[in-house]
Design a protein. Structure first.
Ligand SMILES: C[S@@+](CC[C@H](N)C(=O)[O-])C[C@H]1O[C@@H](n2cnc3c(N)ncnc32)[C@H](O)[C@@H]1O
Length: 361
Protein backbone atom coordinates (compact mmCIF):
# COMPACT_ATOMS: atom_id res chain seq x y z
CA UNK A 1 0.00 0.00 0.00
CA UNK A 2 1.14 3.52 -0.76
CA UNK A 3 3.02 5.56 1.83
CA UNK A 4 1.58 9.08 2.25
CA UNK A 5 1.62 10.35 -1.36
CA UNK A 6 3.74 13.34 -2.39
CA UNK A 7 2.02 15.18 -5.21
CA UNK A 8 3.40 17.68 -7.72
CA UNK A 9 1.93 21.21 -7.71
CA UNK A 10 0.48 22.38 -11.03
CA UNK A 11 -0.41 25.88 -12.28
CA UNK A 12 -4.14 26.73 -12.74
CA UNK A 13 -6.13 25.14 -15.62
CA UNK A 14 -6.46 28.40 -17.62
CA UNK A 15 -2.70 28.95 -17.57
CA UNK A 16 -1.87 25.43 -18.73
CA UNK A 17 -4.52 25.55 -21.48
CA UNK A 18 -3.12 28.92 -22.65
CA UNK A 19 0.51 27.65 -22.64
CA UNK A 20 -0.65 24.55 -24.50
CA UNK A 21 -2.42 26.54 -27.20
CA UNK A 22 0.72 28.73 -27.70
CA UNK A 23 2.85 25.58 -28.00
CA UNK A 24 0.46 24.05 -30.56
CA UNK A 25 0.30 27.27 -32.59
CA UNK A 26 4.12 27.33 -32.77
CA UNK A 27 4.11 23.69 -33.90
CA UNK A 28 1.56 24.58 -36.64
CA UNK A 29 3.76 27.45 -37.81
CA UNK A 30 6.77 25.11 -37.89
CA UNK A 31 4.77 22.66 -40.06
CA UNK A 32 3.86 25.46 -42.48
CA UNK A 33 7.56 25.99 -43.11
CA UNK A 34 8.16 22.27 -43.70
CA UNK A 35 7.51 20.38 -46.92
CA UNK A 36 4.61 17.92 -46.33
CA UNK A 37 6.75 14.95 -47.40
CA UNK A 38 9.32 15.95 -44.78
CA UNK A 39 6.57 16.22 -42.16
CA UNK A 40 5.48 12.69 -43.08
CA UNK A 41 9.04 11.34 -42.94
CA UNK A 42 9.42 12.90 -39.51
CA UNK A 43 6.29 11.05 -38.33
CA UNK A 44 7.72 7.80 -39.70
CA UNK A 45 10.98 8.39 -37.86
CA UNK A 46 8.98 8.24 -34.63
CA UNK A 47 8.83 4.45 -34.91
CA UNK A 48 12.61 4.23 -34.70
CA UNK A 49 12.69 6.85 -31.97
CA UNK A 50 10.15 4.86 -29.92
CA UNK A 51 12.28 1.72 -30.35
CA UNK A 52 15.28 3.59 -28.98
CA UNK A 53 13.25 5.05 -26.09
CA UNK A 54 11.96 1.59 -25.25
CA UNK A 55 15.48 0.11 -25.10
CA UNK A 56 17.04 2.87 -23.00
CA UNK A 57 14.02 2.84 -20.70
CA UNK A 58 14.12 -0.92 -20.15
CA UNK A 59 17.86 -0.73 -19.43
CA UNK A 60 17.14 1.83 -16.71
CA UNK A 61 19.67 4.33 -18.08
CA UNK A 62 17.88 7.39 -16.70
CA UNK A 63 18.15 5.92 -13.19
CA UNK A 64 21.84 5.01 -13.70
CA UNK A 65 22.55 8.64 -14.74
CA UNK A 66 20.87 10.04 -11.61
CA UNK A 67 24.26 10.34 -9.91
CA UNK A 68 26.03 12.05 -12.81
CA UNK A 69 27.35 11.52 -16.36
CA UNK A 70 28.70 8.13 -17.54
CA UNK A 71 30.72 7.08 -20.57
CA UNK A 72 29.20 4.67 -23.06
CA UNK A 73 31.71 2.06 -21.89
CA UNK A 74 30.38 2.35 -18.32
CA UNK A 75 26.75 2.32 -19.48
CA UNK A 76 27.31 -0.79 -21.61
CA UNK A 77 29.05 -2.59 -18.77
CA UNK A 78 26.39 -1.63 -16.19
CA UNK A 79 23.54 -2.74 -18.47
CA UNK A 80 25.17 -5.85 -19.93
CA UNK A 81 24.96 -4.53 -23.51
CA UNK A 82 27.38 -3.84 -26.36
CA UNK A 83 29.04 -0.45 -26.59
CA UNK A 84 28.57 0.24 -30.31
CA UNK A 85 24.81 -0.39 -30.67
CA UNK A 86 24.11 1.24 -27.30
CA UNK A 87 26.09 4.30 -28.40
CA UNK A 88 24.01 4.58 -31.58
CA UNK A 89 20.79 4.40 -29.55
CA UNK A 90 22.02 7.05 -27.09
CA UNK A 91 23.34 9.30 -29.88
CA UNK A 92 19.95 9.30 -31.54
CA UNK A 93 18.13 10.04 -28.29
CA UNK A 94 20.57 12.86 -27.53
CA UNK A 95 19.86 14.33 -30.98
CA UNK A 96 16.21 14.60 -29.87
CA UNK A 97 17.14 16.24 -26.56
CA UNK A 98 16.22 13.12 -24.59
CA UNK A 99 19.76 12.66 -23.20
CA UNK A 100 22.77 14.98 -23.45
CA UNK A 101 26.01 13.85 -25.11
CA UNK A 102 29.25 15.59 -24.15
CA UNK A 103 32.84 14.84 -25.28
CA UNK A 104 34.35 11.34 -24.91
CA UNK A 105 31.04 9.59 -25.55
CA UNK A 106 29.75 10.66 -22.16
CA UNK A 107 26.01 10.95 -21.53
CA UNK A 108 23.95 12.70 -18.88
CA UNK A 109 20.25 13.11 -18.14
CA UNK A 110 18.13 15.98 -19.39
CA UNK A 111 14.78 17.02 -17.89
CA UNK A 112 13.11 14.77 -20.49
CA UNK A 113 15.18 11.65 -19.77
CA UNK A 114 14.48 12.13 -16.05
CA UNK A 115 10.89 11.18 -16.90
CA UNK A 116 12.20 7.67 -17.62
CA UNK A 117 13.18 7.16 -13.95
CA UNK A 118 11.29 4.59 -11.87
CA UNK A 119 9.68 7.25 -9.68
CA UNK A 120 8.33 8.98 -12.82
CA UNK A 121 7.14 7.05 -15.93
CA UNK A 122 9.56 4.12 -16.34
CA UNK A 123 6.94 1.42 -15.77
CA UNK A 124 4.31 3.16 -17.88
CA UNK A 125 6.81 3.49 -20.75
CA UNK A 126 7.75 -0.18 -20.38
CA UNK A 127 4.06 -1.16 -20.45
CA UNK A 128 3.14 0.99 -23.48
CA UNK A 129 6.35 0.44 -25.49
CA UNK A 130 6.99 -3.20 -24.59
CA UNK A 131 7.54 -5.82 -27.30
CA UNK A 132 3.90 -6.98 -27.10
CA UNK A 133 2.69 -3.48 -28.02
CA UNK A 134 4.98 -3.38 -31.07
CA UNK A 135 3.51 -6.73 -32.17
CA UNK A 136 -0.05 -5.51 -31.62
CA UNK A 137 0.50 -2.26 -33.51
CA UNK A 138 2.09 -4.15 -36.39
CA UNK A 139 -1.30 -5.83 -36.90
CA UNK A 140 -3.59 -2.85 -36.26
CA UNK A 141 -5.40 -3.50 -39.56
CA UNK A 142 -7.07 -6.44 -37.78
CA UNK A 143 -9.17 -4.04 -35.68
CA UNK A 144 -10.05 -1.92 -38.67
CA UNK A 145 -11.23 -4.93 -40.69
CA UNK A 146 -13.00 -6.86 -37.93
CA UNK A 147 -14.00 -4.24 -35.33
CA UNK A 148 -12.29 -6.43 -32.72
CA UNK A 149 -9.27 -5.76 -30.50
CA UNK A 150 -5.98 -6.45 -32.31
CA UNK A 151 -4.58 -7.97 -29.13
CA UNK A 152 -6.83 -11.03 -29.64
CA UNK A 153 -4.30 -12.21 -32.25
CA UNK A 154 -1.75 -12.67 -29.44
CA UNK A 155 -3.87 -12.87 -26.28
CA UNK A 156 -6.95 -15.04 -26.62
CA UNK A 157 -8.41 -14.47 -23.17
CA UNK A 158 -9.49 -11.15 -21.72
CA UNK A 159 -6.63 -8.71 -21.21
CA UNK A 160 -6.99 -8.62 -17.40
CA UNK A 161 -7.09 -12.41 -17.20
CA UNK A 162 -3.84 -12.46 -19.21
CA UNK A 163 -2.27 -9.86 -16.89
CA UNK A 164 -3.35 -11.84 -13.79
CA UNK A 165 -1.70 -15.03 -15.00
CA UNK A 166 1.86 -13.67 -14.92
CA UNK A 167 3.24 -12.14 -11.70
CA UNK A 168 5.77 -10.12 -13.76
CA UNK A 169 3.20 -8.66 -16.18
CA UNK A 170 0.82 -8.04 -13.27
CA UNK A 171 3.44 -6.15 -11.27
CA UNK A 172 4.53 -4.11 -14.29
CA UNK A 173 0.93 -3.22 -15.16
CA UNK A 174 0.04 -2.09 -11.64
CA UNK A 175 3.22 -0.03 -11.29
CA UNK A 176 2.58 1.51 -14.74
CA UNK A 177 -0.89 2.64 -13.61
CA UNK A 178 0.57 4.08 -10.41
CA UNK A 179 3.17 6.02 -12.47
CA UNK A 180 0.47 7.87 -14.41
CA UNK A 181 -1.78 8.21 -11.38
CA UNK A 182 0.93 10.29 -9.70
CA UNK A 183 0.68 12.82 -12.54
CA UNK A 184 -3.11 12.76 -12.72
CA UNK A 185 -4.04 12.84 -9.05
CA UNK A 186 -2.61 16.29 -8.29
CA UNK A 187 -4.66 17.67 -11.20
CA UNK A 188 -7.84 15.96 -9.95
CA UNK A 189 -7.41 17.00 -6.31
CA UNK A 190 -6.86 20.63 -7.27
CA UNK A 191 -10.13 20.63 -9.29
CA UNK A 192 -12.57 19.04 -6.83
CA UNK A 193 -13.24 19.08 -3.07
CA UNK A 194 -13.73 15.48 -2.05
CA UNK A 195 -14.63 16.32 1.57
CA UNK A 196 -18.28 16.76 0.47
CA UNK A 197 -18.40 12.97 0.80
CA UNK A 198 -17.97 10.68 3.77
CA UNK A 199 -17.35 7.30 2.09
CA UNK A 200 -15.67 7.05 -1.30
CA UNK A 201 -15.50 3.72 -3.13
CA UNK A 202 -12.81 3.68 -5.83
CA UNK A 203 -13.89 0.97 -8.27
CA UNK A 204 -10.93 -0.59 -10.12
CA UNK A 205 -8.69 1.58 -7.95
CA UNK A 206 -5.46 -0.33 -8.71
CA UNK A 207 -2.82 -0.07 -5.99
CA UNK A 208 -4.76 2.77 -4.34
CA UNK A 209 -2.67 5.81 -5.19
CA UNK A 210 -5.71 7.98 -6.02
CA UNK A 211 -7.82 6.96 -3.02
CA UNK A 212 -4.98 7.24 -0.50
CA UNK A 213 -4.16 10.72 -1.87
CA UNK A 214 -7.77 11.76 -1.17
CA UNK A 215 -7.70 10.22 2.34
CA UNK A 216 -4.37 11.90 3.01
CA UNK A 217 -5.75 15.33 2.05
CA UNK A 218 -9.16 14.95 3.74
CA UNK A 219 -8.77 13.28 7.14
CA UNK A 220 -12.52 12.88 7.79
CA UNK A 221 -13.23 10.84 4.67
CA UNK A 222 -13.38 7.00 4.64
CA UNK A 223 -12.54 4.95 1.59
CA UNK A 224 -13.00 1.51 0.05
CA UNK A 225 -10.48 0.35 -2.53
CA UNK A 226 -12.00 -2.26 -4.83
CA UNK A 227 -10.11 -4.21 -7.49
CA UNK A 228 -9.39 -7.73 -8.71
CA UNK A 229 -7.72 -10.17 -6.27
CA UNK A 230 -4.56 -10.12 -8.43
CA UNK A 231 -4.16 -6.39 -7.69
CA UNK A 232 -5.12 -5.79 -4.07
CA UNK A 233 -3.17 -8.07 -1.76
CA UNK A 234 -4.12 -10.00 1.36
CA UNK A 235 -3.55 -8.58 4.84
CA UNK A 236 -1.90 -5.44 3.62
CA UNK A 237 -0.25 -3.37 6.31
CA UNK A 238 -1.80 0.07 5.95
CA UNK A 239 0.13 3.24 6.77
CA UNK A 240 -0.77 4.99 10.07
CA UNK A 241 -2.22 8.12 8.49
CA UNK A 242 -5.07 6.02 7.14
CA UNK A 243 -5.98 5.27 10.71
CA UNK A 244 -8.66 2.66 10.03
CA UNK A 245 -10.26 4.78 7.32
CA UNK A 246 -9.38 2.52 4.38
CA UNK A 247 -10.99 -0.82 3.62
CA UNK A 248 -9.75 -3.07 0.85
CA UNK A 249 -12.18 -5.30 -1.01
CA UNK A 250 -11.49 -7.78 -3.78
CA UNK A 251 -13.80 -8.88 -6.56
CA UNK A 252 -15.04 -8.18 -10.06
CA UNK A 253 -17.15 -5.16 -10.92
CA UNK A 254 -19.15 -7.44 -13.22
CA UNK A 255 -20.36 -9.36 -10.13
CA UNK A 256 -20.88 -7.14 -7.08
CA UNK A 257 -19.41 -3.86 -5.92
CA UNK A 258 -19.01 -2.83 -2.24
CA UNK A 259 -22.16 -1.11 -0.98
CA UNK A 260 -22.86 2.07 0.94
CA UNK A 261 -20.59 4.69 -0.62
CA UNK A 262 -21.83 8.23 -1.15
CA UNK A 263 -19.28 8.67 -3.99
CA UNK A 264 -18.24 5.97 -6.47
CA UNK A 265 -15.21 6.82 -8.57
CA UNK A 266 -14.17 5.11 -11.82
CA UNK A 267 -10.79 6.45 -12.91
CA UNK A 268 -9.49 5.22 -16.28
CA UNK A 269 -11.85 2.25 -16.19
CA UNK A 270 -14.62 2.69 -18.76
CA UNK A 271 -12.23 3.42 -21.66
CA UNK A 272 -11.08 -0.21 -21.46
CA UNK A 273 -14.55 -1.63 -22.15
CA UNK A 274 -17.31 -1.75 -24.78
CA UNK A 275 -20.53 0.22 -24.24
CA UNK A 276 -22.34 -2.98 -23.18
CA UNK A 277 -19.69 -3.80 -20.53
CA UNK A 278 -19.67 -0.19 -19.26
CA UNK A 279 -23.45 -0.32 -18.82
CA UNK A 280 -23.10 -3.54 -16.77
CA UNK A 281 -20.52 -1.87 -14.50
CA UNK A 282 -22.57 1.31 -14.12
CA UNK A 283 -25.77 -0.61 -13.34
CA UNK A 284 -23.90 -2.62 -10.70
CA UNK A 285 -22.78 0.63 -9.06
CA UNK A 286 -26.30 2.06 -9.19
CA UNK A 287 -27.62 -1.02 -7.35
CA UNK A 288 -25.36 -0.48 -4.31
CA UNK A 289 -24.90 3.28 -4.02
CA UNK A 290 -26.83 5.47 -1.56
CA UNK A 291 -29.90 7.21 -3.07
CA UNK A 292 -28.33 10.63 -2.70
CA UNK A 293 -24.92 9.32 -3.75
CA UNK A 294 -22.87 10.47 -6.72
CA UNK A 295 -20.85 8.78 -9.40
CA UNK A 296 -17.64 10.31 -10.73
CA UNK A 297 -16.14 9.06 -13.99
CA UNK A 298 -12.60 10.29 -14.47
CA UNK A 299 -11.61 9.92 -18.12
CA UNK A 300 -10.53 11.83 -21.17
CA UNK A 301 -13.49 13.41 -22.95
CA UNK A 302 -12.73 13.33 -26.69
CA UNK A 303 -12.70 16.84 -28.20
CA UNK A 304 -14.57 18.04 -31.31
CA UNK A 305 -13.37 17.64 -34.88
CA UNK A 306 -9.74 18.47 -35.65
CA UNK A 307 -8.97 19.59 -32.11
CA UNK A 308 -5.84 17.89 -30.81
CA UNK A 309 -6.45 15.63 -27.83
CA UNK A 310 -4.57 12.93 -25.96
CA UNK A 311 -7.87 11.02 -26.03
CA UNK A 312 -7.89 10.65 -29.81
CA UNK A 313 -4.50 8.94 -29.68
CA UNK A 314 -5.18 6.84 -26.60
CA UNK A 315 -8.46 5.77 -28.27
CA UNK A 316 -6.36 3.83 -30.81
CA UNK A 317 -4.44 2.22 -27.93
CA UNK A 318 -7.79 1.19 -26.37
CA UNK A 319 -9.12 -0.13 -29.70
CA UNK A 320 -6.04 -2.27 -30.29
CA UNK A 321 -5.33 -3.43 -26.71
CA UNK A 322 -8.31 -4.03 -24.40
CA UNK A 323 -10.93 -3.42 -27.12
CA UNK A 324 -12.44 -0.36 -25.44
CA UNK A 325 -12.72 3.25 -26.58
CA UNK A 326 -12.31 6.85 -25.46
CA UNK A 327 -15.64 8.67 -25.56
CA UNK A 328 -17.11 12.05 -26.44
CA UNK A 329 -19.40 13.82 -23.97
CA UNK A 330 -22.42 12.58 -25.96
CA UNK A 331 -21.16 8.99 -25.81
CA UNK A 332 -20.73 9.23 -22.03
CA UNK A 333 -24.22 10.70 -21.76
CA UNK A 334 -25.63 7.80 -23.76
CA UNK A 335 -24.08 5.01 -21.63
CA UNK A 336 -24.99 6.89 -18.44
CA UNK A 337 -28.62 7.33 -19.48
CA UNK A 338 -28.87 3.65 -20.43
CA UNK A 339 -27.62 2.79 -16.91
CA UNK A 340 -30.04 5.11 -15.09
CA UNK A 341 -27.78 8.14 -14.43
CA UNK A 342 -27.90 11.80 -15.48
CA UNK A 343 -24.85 14.03 -15.83
CA UNK A 344 -24.66 16.86 -13.24
CA UNK A 345 -21.45 18.44 -14.50
CA UNK A 346 -18.31 17.83 -16.53
CA UNK A 347 -15.29 19.55 -15.03
CA UNK A 348 -11.99 19.84 -16.88
CA UNK A 349 -8.71 19.44 -15.04
CA UNK A 350 -5.23 20.64 -15.84
CA UNK A 351 -4.49 17.11 -17.13
CA UNK A 352 -6.25 15.56 -20.16
CA UNK A 353 -8.75 13.99 -17.73
CA UNK A 354 -12.18 15.44 -16.99
CA UNK A 355 -14.43 14.72 -14.02
CA UNK A 356 -17.92 13.64 -15.07
CA UNK A 357 -20.17 13.81 -12.03
CA UNK A 358 -23.52 12.02 -12.33
CA UNK A 359 -26.53 11.21 -10.13
CA UNK A 360 -28.89 8.26 -10.20
CA UNK A 361 -32.18 9.13 -11.93
C1 LIG B 1 -6.51 1.22 -16.45
S1 LIG B 1 -6.42 0.51 -14.83
C2 LIG B 1 -6.87 1.90 -13.85
C3 LIG B 1 -6.40 1.80 -12.43
C4 LIG B 1 -6.66 3.05 -11.59
N1 LIG B 1 -8.09 3.32 -11.47
C5 LIG B 1 -5.91 4.23 -12.16
O1 LIG B 1 -6.55 5.13 -12.69
O2 LIG B 1 -4.68 4.24 -12.06
C6 LIG B 1 -7.84 -0.53 -14.78
C7 LIG B 1 -8.08 -1.17 -13.44
O3 LIG B 1 -9.30 -1.92 -13.51
C8 LIG B 1 -9.11 -3.11 -12.78
N2 LIG B 1 -10.07 -4.12 -13.25
C9 LIG B 1 -10.11 -4.75 -14.46
N3 LIG B 1 -11.13 -5.62 -14.51
C10 LIG B 1 -11.76 -5.54 -13.30
C11 LIG B 1 -12.90 -6.19 -12.75
N4 LIG B 1 -13.58 -7.09 -13.46
N5 LIG B 1 -13.27 -5.86 -11.50
C12 LIG B 1 -12.57 -4.94 -10.77
N6 LIG B 1 -11.48 -4.27 -11.24
C13 LIG B 1 -11.09 -4.58 -12.50
C14 LIG B 1 -7.68 -3.49 -13.12
O4 LIG B 1 -7.17 -4.46 -12.25
C15 LIG B 1 -6.99 -2.15 -13.04
O5 LIG B 1 -6.53 -1.86 -11.75
Amino acid sequence: MQPEPELPVYPPVFFVKFADSVRRSLAKISKRFTHPNVTMLEYIQNLWLLGAISVSNELGIADILKDGPRTIKELASLTGTLEDPLYRIMRMLASEGIFWESGNMKFSNTKVSESMQEKELKFFIQHTLGSMQFRIFGELMHSVKTGKRTSELFIEKGVFEHIGESPQINELYNRAMTNTSKMQVAAILSSFRFNKFSHIVDVGGGLGFFLTAILSKYRTVKGTLFDLPQVVGDNEKLPDYLNGRLTIEKGSFFDTIPAGGDLYTLKNILHGWSDGDCIRILKNIKKVMLNNGKLMIIEVVVEDMNKPSWGKASDIFMMAGPGGKERTREEFQSILEQSGFRIDEVRRTVSPLSLIVASPE
